[in-house]
Design a protein around this ligand. Structure first.
Ligand code: THU
Length: 160
């Protein structure tokens, strides 16, 4: 037996202005996307924006429902819309923002496990790294690829 450790590196920004112009633009798209959030049950509004390899940006927001499990997170709304409308185009970056009552949280808005799994599959499918930006007004994080937020990814493609 041996103990193995895992190192994860990511970038931390203290303001949006500190980010690369392309990333700033994607965060602003996610902030716009938040306006479309339908979150009458939780009151937590999430916006996501996916950048495709050809520069197209696809927005998504969380959509809730009285039958709670029928709702969907912002990230998956955005990724499924991207895949449905632009099949075969690699997703290269996703930005996520969130906050109660259409505000923006101070801390980075972190995606749930199910959304991470969906990100992982699209990354595997394209063979290109999908970077993830979690935005907060006091602090924002950027991860270079999905593996950094979902180590030991389940990937049925590998079973072949
Ligand atoms: N939510 C997202 O949109 N993305 C996440 O990664 C986590 C949670 C939504 C689901 C629900 O509408 C609300 O936030 C509160 O959980």
């Amino acid at each position: 037996m041996k103990t193995v450790s895992l190192d994860i590196n990511y970038e931390e920004y203290s303001s949006i202005e500190e980010m690369a112009p392309r990333d700033q633009a994607l965060v602003r798209e996610a902030i716009e996307a938040q306006q479309g959030s339908y979150a009458r049950y939780s009151g937590f509004n999430v916006g996501a924006a996916v950048l495709l390899e050809d520069g197209t940006v696809v927005r998504g927001s969380n959509q809730e429902n009285a039958a709670y499990p029928s709702g969907l997170c912002a990230e998956r709304t955005a990724m499924f819309a991207a895949s449905a409308n632009h099949p075969g185009k690699a997703m290269v970056c996703i930005a996520i923002v969130g906050g109660f009552g259409l505000t923006l949280s101070e801390e980075p808005c972190s995606p749930c496990g199910a959304c991470r799994q969906v990100m992982a599959e699209y990354q595997t499918l394209s063979g290109k790294p999908l970077s993830v930006i979690m935005f907060g007004t006091k602090k924002a994080w950027k991860f270079a690829r999905v593996d950094d937020i979902l180590p030991f990814i389940f990937d049925s493609f590998n079973e072949k």
